[in-house]
Design a protein around this ligand. Structure first.
Ligand code: URA
Length: 440
């Protein structure tokens, strides 16, 4: 058996499948530092070009999970289910979906990520609430899931540490866009949460990490395959990310929109995806027998105020200022709030999610590089949606900025992003497909 790094790299370089031991040696080498970064990077590039079989991908996922600990949620009696999104622009769904599901009788142990590039991150949105602590130790996280049925934190050093190392190397070596590596990275972290089931929101389109629908489907199927191999039910929704979700992009702005969702005042597109994901979560958790009943339960949680109250409880438990939940106008506000007016009358033909995301990133709402500082107040609000009618002078969006030069740059991107024409544009179907364990 070849277990030296150069032998393992050579095998994959030559297009051969790796054994479980070889994959374990690679992941161990990433975790304990016994492989040099150039050896890890060389193997990542070989995997990028040569791919992995489903079995190799499952082993890589298992080794990633076993590089750290698995959250011990055995004391939590409720079924434990989570949702993961591959990321988009204006995707604030985790913030309100987690408490919505928790009040329906499933526990949601949610470990989320930060923004990178033009896409936002749940942790940055949560931190727009003053004092909100996303860095709970694992034991406190597990205890909160037991007590409240939901906790929202970032990855801890104990969970899937190999992924932290490998993801940073992939980011630096142009090996992110590789389905087996993405699968092991996402599923390695999610399965380390100690969940019973997982629902994935795999986005495609201009603002998505995977713009092409066929590739997004391939990724969704590969993720479900791992679930099947480890006997955990996993479902995936393919959703469009051509235009931003909702009418806001930026951390405090999206937090306010998410609170509006919990009050029953959320934008139609955000709620359509929220309910569809929530239905699948409740079905997989076994707390609703049909999608229609799941939707009823989710809607009842909003109508009764229970979901909003649960979110408030989470904010208090994690050290946040709950007054910002009661009155979102207390959330951070930018110094400059400038509308972009339509120069002509007509219909919205497109709102390019990528360009809106880049505009928000330029304002400081997300990071162009890991380590960049975030400004919670900045972003874009009042975004028009594809198909809407506008008159000359109408507001197409409002830019929230703390710097005049950055505001001017964002304006250029937003004027390009929002196209007005003589006929209404047609938004792509938001939910393209729900892929279940038995779809293939
Ligand atoms: N998100 C992850 O967590 N990992 C990837 O590889 C890609 C997206």
């Amino acid at each position: 058996m070849f277990l030296f790094p150069q032998q393992i790299i050579e095998r994959k370089r030559d297009g051969k499948a790796l054994s479980r031991d070889q994959i374990t040696a690679f992941v161990r080498g990433a975790t304990d530092g016994s492989w040099a970064d150039y050896q890890l990077s060389a193997l990542l590039m070989a995997i990028y070009w040569r791919g992995m079989t489903p079995l190799e991908t499952t082993w890589l996922t298992g080794a990633t999970i076993n590089s750290g600990v698995v959250a011990d949620l055995s004391a939590v009696r409720l079924p434990k289910v989570d949702k993961h999104s591959t990321g988009g622009v204006g995707d604030k769904i985790s913030l309100h979906l987690a408490p919505m599901v928790a009040v329906c009788g499933a526990a949601v142990p949610m470990i989320s990520g930060r923004s990178l590039g033009h896409t936002g991150g749940t942790l940055d949105k949560l931190e727009s609430i003053a004092g909100f602590n996303v860095n709970l130790p694992l034991a406190a996280f597990c205890a909160q899931v037991g007590r409240l049925g939901v906790a929202l934190i970032g990855q801890t050093a104990e969970l899937a540490p190999a992924d932290k190392k490998l993801y940073a190397l992939r980011d630096a070596t142009a090996t992110i866009e590789c389905i087996p590596l993405i699968c092991a990275s996402i599923m390695g972290k999610k399965l380390a949460e100690g969940i019973d089931a997982l629902v994935l929101d795999v986005k495609f389109g201009r603002g998505a990490f995977m713009p092409d629908k066929a590739r997004a489907r391939e990724l969704a199927e590969a993720l479900i395959e791992i679930g099947r191999a480890v006997h955990k039910p996993v479902r995936a929704m393919l959703t469009a990310m051509e235009q931003p979700l909702g009418r806001t992009v930026g951390n405090a702005l999206e937090m306010a929109e998410s609170i509006a969702c919990l009050r029953g005042e959320g934008p139609a597109d955000v709620m359509e995806v929220t309910f569809a994901l929530g239905e699948q979560m409740l079905l997989l958790a076994g707390v609703a027998p049909t999608a229609a009943e799941a939707r009823q339960k989710l809607a009842a949680g909003i109508a009764s105020g229970a979901a909003l109250a649960k979110f408030r409880e989470v904010v208090v438990a994690q050290g946040g200022d709950a007054r910002m939940v009661d009155d979102p106008s207390l959330l951070p506000r930018a110094r400059l709030q400038v509308p972009v007016a339509s120069e002509t009358g007509g219909y919205v033909r497109s709102v390019d999610a990528l360009l809106v995301g880049v505009a928000a990133m330029g304002l400081g709402a997300s990071r162009s590089q890991a380590g960049d500082r975030i400004d919670p107040a900045v972003g874009v609000s009042h975004l028009v949606k594809i198909g809407e009618k506008v008159a000359r002078g109408d507001t197409l969006c409002v830019i929230h900025a703390n710097n005049e030069a950055l505001l001017a740059e964002a304006e250029v991107f937003l004027e390009k992003a929002i196209v007005i024409g003589g006929t209404p544009g047609v938004a792509p179907k938001l939910i393209e497909e729900i892929i279940t364990e038995s779809s293939k």
